[in-house]
Design a protein around this ligand. Structure first.
Ligand SMILES: [Zn+2]
Length: 297
């Protein structure tokens, strides 16, 4: 197992859990990592650590807007504690980038009665038992405001543009763009832990929609992009990711058109044909996803 695979296994557990109910041993491995808060500009921060995704913090005039809630109530509470170190203002809103449990199951660590905002498909997915293998009680945390495609709003004096270009990582992805700070929170669309993007077909994600969404993201007037996992990204990195992924998708299309089978295509890319040894649910690769999409039509 390469270092990359080890790191990926360690950090991708939440995503495994989102794919299907994880084995108890996998769930037990989701460690509470040290919490670290990073300052960006204009009252914007991002928090890594705990269990699950990054969280964003935007300090407004009278209150605080949080982006994503991490994976466990304990981690949600840790975000609240970090906010309290930054400002005495109360958290009033949580904006969710998508429905995967590593972004929403920390919500019960936040006070009830907040305004929870998400893309409309994300709300539906949050209410689906398939997305709640941890049996977390999300009553009181289901989004009270939903966005279909694009909505501009001012919350606590801060301008937000909430964007959904197309189904990508899931069909409920929402990008949180702060035009004054030139920062965008991109959820898991831009996560780069794998050579090519992770698309959740079970949550109606789409590789073609991923490309459309990335085109929309790189067209934003932003300098800093905060993904759902790992550190901030530049526009150049995202442009490179988009170009590589679009080229790989074209190559898969070409091979499918030549009548190549999935194992043949994987072999051509030097990708393991069989799922990794050691059990546990495998991650479908980008090749798996695109092949499945193309063979459906
Ligand atoms: Zn995630």
């Amino acid at each position: 197992m390469s270092r990359y695979q080890m790191a990926f296994l360690g950090v991708g557990l939440a995503v495994v859990a989102a794919l299907s109910a994880p084995a108890p041993s996998l769930r037990a491995q989701a460690q509470f990592a040290p919490i670290q808060t990073h300052a960006l500009n204009g009252g914007v921060y991002w928090i890594e650590g705990g269990v699950g995704s990054n969280a964003g913090v935007v300090i407004g005039k009278d209150g605080v807007i949080v982006i994503d809630a991490k994976q466990t109530p304990e981690s949600g509470k840790a975000v609240m504690a970090e906010v309290a170190k930054l400002t005495p203002k109360p958290v009033t809103h949580v904006i969710i980038t998508h429905s995967n449990l590593d972004h929403v199951d920390g919500l019960p660590g936040f006070p009830k009665g907040l305004t929870i905002i998400a893309q409309e498909n994300c709300k539906q997915q949050m209410e689906h038992p398939r997305n709640n293998p941890q049996n977390i009680d999300l009553s009181g945390y289901i989004p009270s405001k939903t966005v279909a495609k694009k909505e501009s709003m001012t919350i606590d004096g801060v301008r937000f543009v909430l964007l959904h270009f197309a189904p990508a990582h899931t069909s409920g992805d929402l990008i949180i763009y702060l035009p004054d700070q030139k920062i965008a929170f991109t959820g898991d669309i831009t996560v780069m832990r794998r050579p090519y993007p992770l698309i959740h077909l079970e949550d109606e994600g789409s590789s073609a929609g991923w490309i459309e969404s990335m085109k929309g993201i790189v067209a934003l007037n932003a300098d800093t992009f905060v993904p759902g996992h790992d550190g901030t990204q530049t526009k150049a990195e995202l442009q490179q990711r988009l170009a590589n992924t679009a080229a790989r998708r074209e190559k898969i299309k070409e091979l499918v058109a030549q009548g190549k089978s999935l194992p043949e295509i994987k072999k051509e890319f030097g990708e393991a044909v069989a799922p990794p040894a050691g059990g546990g649910p495998g991650f479908p690769t980008f090749t798996d996803v695109v092949y499945k999409e193309l063979s459906k039509t």
